[in-house]
Design a protein around this ligand. Sequence first.
Ligand SMILES: CC(C)(COP(=O)(O)OP(=O)(O)OC[C@H]1O[C@@H](n2cnc3c(N)ncnc32)[C@H](O)[C@@H]1OP(=O)(O)O)[C@@H](O)C(=O)NCCC(=O)NCCS
Length: 222
Amino acid sequence: MNEVAKTNRSWTRLDESDSRSFMARVMPINIGAMREASMATLEQLHFRLAGAADAEAIANLHADSWRRHYRGAYSDAFLDGDVFADRLAFWTDRLREPDRRRCTILAEDGSLVGFANTVFDDDPRWGALLDNLHVADGHHRRGIGSRLLALTAEAILERPHRTGLYLWALEQNVDAQAFYRAHGGRCVERAPAAPPGGIASRLTGSPTKLRYVWPAELLEPR
Ligand SMILES: CC(C)(COP(=O)(O)OP(=O)(O)OC[C@H]1O[C@@H](n2cnc3c(N)ncnc32)[C@H](O)[C@@H]1OP(=O)(O)O)[C@@H](O)C(=O)NCCC(=O)NCCS
């Protein structure tokens, strides 16, 4: 609870006029790509940590995003069938109890328009895992993903043991890769994609994924 309140206070700071300088501090590479216009449209957004009551809304956005952007790697049968039930079970379980080893940040604009889920201290070499980052269809290129990424970096900086950040992106997901590269992410390796829920039939063929990393020094304040 204290951690949530503390984090929420610092996020409130991000809604103030210093948000651009904050983002330049935590995402030093290519942050100039942020447009003035997209920053202006962010003023009406609200960011907060997710709780158990948010599971269904997150599952809806997650399932919709997978249907739109993961088709070809994930099977049509899964995307047109079980995907919402799978995501609802996943998020209901994940958000059942507060867990200091993870954080799920929501972006709301009347309703849920994006979320970022991070597992702290996931990998001894690369640090925290940005496990999910999704912005709702119709809200892309407003700067929401950038803000969620910056808030994720801030959450890592608030930890007693600061680490780097990494994620996996499907190789076919070239738009997401352009976003990560625009924020200084570096691709360091390729590996076979894991099927959702560990069920092999949910993949189409043998898709690959790419690891993007931000070493700890890139997240440190300058
Ligand atoms: C990837 C994603 C999270 C980016 O979020 P977003 O809010 O649309 O991104 P932003 O508006 O913050 O983009 C910031 C910059 O990233 C780059 N960028 C973002 N999307 C891009 C795209 N489709 N193609 C090329 N560059 C892109 C641009 O430099 C952009 O700045 P600009 O709009 O001034 O040109 C979002 O598109 C999304 O949810 N995609 C579907 C789900 C997904 O693939 N998630 C990632 C899983 S690994």
